[in-house]
Design a protein around this ligand. Structure first.
Ligand code: AMP
Length: 460
């Protein structure tokens, strides 16, 4: 879970990248970084924190150059600290390189061990770093061929942007798991995880980078290479369910449209009589609108979200820890009092948040609570770049829907089925849904299950 952005040939490259990262902030809030290559020198700045905290006007002024790449990080491999933040900037025999990556390399541990055993000294504990080591050791002549050689060795998911001193290279794994798109900003080209970044900088969306494509942007223009065996597309369905911004165009569709369709599908098989549909904001909003439109039950914003609660929130003393879920969500009392509610969220992970929200709604007098989830039960961890906890922590991997309902203390609980999810996506279904089905199409080492971050251990 990360956001990446790159720009080729713009006099304000760092500033534009800063704006691009702002639009991609939802993809990672742990650290942010920008690297610019300027002739023979490299300028970069990376720090833990949000984009707005990491970059000041002075910092941006020092990032000189017409080529830039940027990254916002939400770790899926390697711990969350500064040494693991990106861009990774290195100087090798062909000059400077700056690399940003969104995804998860499933064989990184094995490749890394081999490289280390034969002399490589690693600076970070991220999966991404193996790519630059493999490039440095490659016997190929050009940087592009070295990159392609490295990508032939790694497995897993990657959308990446590589900056050399005179070119910007974008690459997407052969399955197209994570998103990446190309835009034009007057005479410059821009690459971004999501198209919402193009809207902010007023760039024109040109197209998505194809699965397995290596796109080289240089003074010769655009050169598109397809050096890998063609695979069946496996776009990450969770980008649609939760992760991407609703205003982004991704995998050939607008995210908001798909979220609404998930909600409509949920409503189709539901016969609940209720007074209102309320989303858990922000993630449940699109599906709740779709549900409301299909069922005719009025949509209301019964829950209000505080947008200023970051993941770095420090728990105060236990003696004054009574905020619970209200730190992030609060209910509109007189709206929910005495009402039969359909409450919609995009997914259930450990059910701890949803359980607390239900208890709060009851406290404010809700008469009935029918919880609806606009995705199938999340039973399996993701090894391809979304940070989900281990199976042990995923409530749906060890509990039936009825048991989850009892735990959450709602009057009824329904999930979207895998079939309904497929129906909601018109056209060919070309998605990875391993988090729901366990259908892992790229192998990963057994130990990886244990390596998943304990993301949800700090309940708010
Ligand atoms: P819970 O009720 O505790 O299971 O938490 C569910 C909430 O976590 C939902 O609102 C989801 O939008 C959110 N969620 C799902 N997957 C993730 C993830 N990988 N990272 C952060 N939040 C997530």
């Amino acid at each position: 879970m990360c956001g990446i952005f790159g720009i080729y040939s713009h006099k304000d490259a760092a500033n534009i990248t800063y704006l691009g990262l702002y639009a991609l902030q939802h993809r990672g809030q742990e650290s942010a970084g920008i690297a610019c290559l300027d002739g023979d020198s490299a300028h970069f700045h990376k720090q833990m924190g949000l984009v707005s905290d990491v970059f000041t006007a002075d910092v941006l002024k020092a990032l000189k150059g017409i080529l830039a790449v940027g990254h916002v990080r939400y770790s899926t491999a390697g711990s969350s600290d500064l040494k693991n933040s990106q861009p990774i900037v290195v100087e090798y025999m062909k000059g400077y390189l700056a690399l940003v990556h969104n995804g998860n390399l499933t064989n990184a541990r094995i490749v890394r061990d081999e490289l280390r055993d034969s002399g490589s000294i690693f600076q970070t504990t991220t999966d991404t770093e193996v790519i630059v080591h493999l490039m440095a050791r490659s016997r190929e002549k050009t940087t592009i061929d070295r990159l392609i050689a490295a990508l032939h060795i790694v497995e897993g998911s990657y959308s990446l942007i590589l900056l050399t001193q005179n070119e910007l290279i974008a690459a997407r794994d052969p399955y197209g798991i994570r998103p990446l798109c190309l835009g034009r900003l007057r005479d410059s080209y821009v690459i971004s995880s999501e198209s919402c970044a193009f809207d902010l900088i007023e760039a024109e969306f040109l197209r998505e980078i194809e699965p397995g494509e290596v796109l080289v942007i240089s003074e010769r223009g655009l050169q598109s290479l397809f050096p890998f065996k063609r695979m069946t597309r496996k776009h990450c369905i969770f980008e649609y369910i939760y992760f991407a911004r609703p205003d982004s165009f991704m995998f050939g569709r607008t995210v908001y449209t798909i979220r609404k369709a998930f909600g409509r599908e949920l409503a189709k098989r539901d016969s609940i009589d209720a007074d209102m549909v309320i989303p858990i904001p922000d993630s449940g909003i699109g599906a709740a609108i779709g549900y409301s439109q299909a069922s005719g039950i009025p949509f209301e914003l019964g829950l209000i979200r505080n947008h200023y609660v970051g993941r770095t929130f420090i728990e105060p003393e236990p003696s004054i820890r009574h905020f619970g879920v209200k730190l992030k969500h609060n209910a509109i009392h007189d709206l929910v009092k005495g009402k039969r509610l359909v409450v919609i969220d995009d997914s259930i992970v450990r059910a701890t948040t949803s359980r607390k929200i239900i208890s709060m709604l009851r406290y404010y007098g809700a008469k009935e609570i029918h919880f609806r989830v606009s995705s199938p039960p999340t039973k399996y961890p993701c090894f391809y770049g979304i940070d989900t906890p281990t199976r042990k922590q995923l409530i749906a991997s060890s509990h039936t829907v009825d048991e989850i309902k009892s735990y959450m203390k709602c009057d009824s609980l329904r999930y979207l089925t895998v079939e309904d999810m497929k129906n909601a996506i018109e056209g060919d279904y070309t998605f990875c849904d391993a988090c729901f089905t366990g259908d892992y199409f790229i192998p990963f080492p057994k130990s990886m299950d244990m390596e998943q971050m304990e993301l949800f251990s700090n309940d708010y």
